[in-house]
Design a protein around this ligand. Structure first.
Ligand code: ATP
Ligand code: MG
Length: 191
């Protein structure tokens, strides 16, 4: 499981997912789109979950081993990773891993239901520029998988749309098309 707001998905997410899959020998990586990322609600504008899911679907289309998951959208309400991992464990066989960028690792202690999370999660840490070296608190099972460091964030991408700066190569063309078709982040229909 690789959870996120994915508003929008970018090469940082995709390169991390591909390399975590390769480095930890995972069968598949589910990019789980948060329905209600409760830590962000009220802090900034969020695109509708359906738009974020459509962008993730577009991003992984035709890519071996990466899948978009709407499990949190279908469940509705606030999205807690502990709930999702438990649901996935019931539905799937085999060992479950939770991929987290190091900034998310640094914020783990602010999450809800960490007692259950600690029980179920086997964490794969991928480094992210600015928070290298962050590791889960004591009690979590984790390993670190090497991925190329890419200093790109959804926040930066959204600002680029507003400023009219190029998005090319920071996200797949299919996602850029989706942003324009859906008029996300104030984008017009022109490519
Ligand atoms: P925002 O700026 O809106 O917070 P973001 O780029 O941080 O967006 P999220 O959807 O918040 O993206 O992140 C989802 C997951 O992807 C988190 O575990 C995060 O650490 C990881 N991630 C995001 N960007 C990168 C990156 N450039 N390299 C490695 N991991 C990343
Ligand atoms: Mg983030």
């Amino acid at each position: 499981m690789f959870g996120g707001t994915f508003d929008p998905p970018h090469v940082g997410h995709l390169v991390a997912a591909i390399n975590a899959r390769h480095g930890a020998d995972l069968d598949r990586v589910l990019l789980v789109v948060a329905n209600e990322p409760w830590q962000k609600v009220g802090v900034r504008d969020l695109s509708p979950a359906a738009d974020r899911f459509a962008m993730v679907e577009a991003a992984v289309a035709g890519v071996d081993g990466l899948e978009a998951s709407d499990i949190e959208i279908v469940r509705g309400g606030r999205s807690y990773t502990a709930d999702t991992l438990e649901q996935l464990a019931e539905e799937a066989s085999g060992v479950l891993f939770l991929i987290l960028g190091s900034d998310a690792v640094a914020g783990l202690s602010t999450w809800e239901h960490t007692d259950r999370l600690r029980e179920t999660a086997h964490i794969i840490v991928v480094e992210r520029p600015g928070t290298e070296g962050a590791r889960p608190p004591q009690g979590y099972r984790y390993e670190v998988v090497d991925v190329p460091l890419l200093e790109v964030s959804s926040t930066d991408v959204r600002a680029r749309v507003v400023d009219g700066q190029p998005l090319d190569y920071l996200l797949p063309r299919s996602v850029i098309a989706c942003i324009h078709e859906r008029g996300l982040y104030g984008a017009g229909p022109d490519l």
